[in-house]
Design a protein around this ligand. Structure first.
Ligand SMILES: [Zn+2]
Length: 233
């Protein structure tokens, strides 16, 4: 309900005030959406889709078997990508997810088609966190990606069963202890034998993605690819 009200409020404000670029506050033309063209062109894209291997591959080495790991943007302090992810996570800007999904689909469509990816999942939020935030910040991204690529997204296939305080200040081993038993697979037959794209917002230590991917691989004969909207190298 709170989320619906926020969305409605945003729509009304949008009608009264002209849209402005999320990262530079310039007024947007009717052909621009979310970001102005100069800001879009200067986003710190990783362009990992052009490389045979990338620096994220080693994040999971020796921990869990991940088929491929990619990210759309580099996350740098006070950068445009940081502003986008902040809007997405804390300011109810799910349109950021839609925008990033369109950019992602342009770059990764053929790679994922060739990999045979046939399911999209995202890291679930605990119901307490979901209530606090009002939405899962990865959902709109996954819905838009699913529509663009014609690959099903199952938002209820996974649950988060333990609630943790924020992980942002923790190191990798603390994060791992925090999340290792955190996920439940609700319908393993749905994921059996699938080639899964597991999505999260930001890849930092990888502990959350590792725990979630381990649970999926243990419960289902599935392969997991990891994709995040932004990454810290
Ligand atoms: Zn701009």
């Amino acid at each position: 309900m709170q989320h619906a009200l926020q969305t409605l409020a945003y729509a009304v404000i949008h009608l009264i005030y002209p849209a402005i670029c999320l990262t530079c506050d310039r007024s947007l033309s009717k052909h621009e959406r979310l970001l102005c063209i100069p800001c879009t062109l200067s986003l710190p894209f990783t362009n990992f889709h052009l490389l045979a291997s990338n620096p994220l591959d080693k994040k999971f080495w020796g921990r869990v078997t991940i088929e491929s790991t990619c990210s759309l943007l580099f996350m740098e302090k006070l950068s445009k990508s940081e502003r986008l992810i902040y809007g997405l996570k804390y300011q109810n800007r799910e349109d950021v997810g839609e925008f990033l999904a369109e950019e992602t689909a342009k770059k990764y469509r053929n790679i994922w088609k060739n990999s045979g990816i046939n399911v999209i999942l995202c890291i679930p939020l605990h119901k307490k966190r979901l209530k606090q935030r009002g939405y899962n910040q990865c959902h709109q991204f996954c819905i838009s990606l699913s529509q663009a690529l014609g690959i099903p997204f199952y938002p209820k296939a996974l649950s988060r069963i333990s609630f943790q305080s924020s992980q942002t200040q923790m190191n990798r081993s603390s994060r791992w202890e925090n999340v290792s038993q955190a996920f439940r697979i609700n319908n393993s037959s749905l994921l059996e034998g699938k080639e899964i794209l597991l999505v999260d917002d930001v890849l930092t230590t990888g502990a959350t993605l590792e725990a979630c991917a381990s649970s999926i691989i243990k419960s289902c004969q599935a392969k997991v690819h990891v994709f995040t909207m932004a990454c810290k190298i």
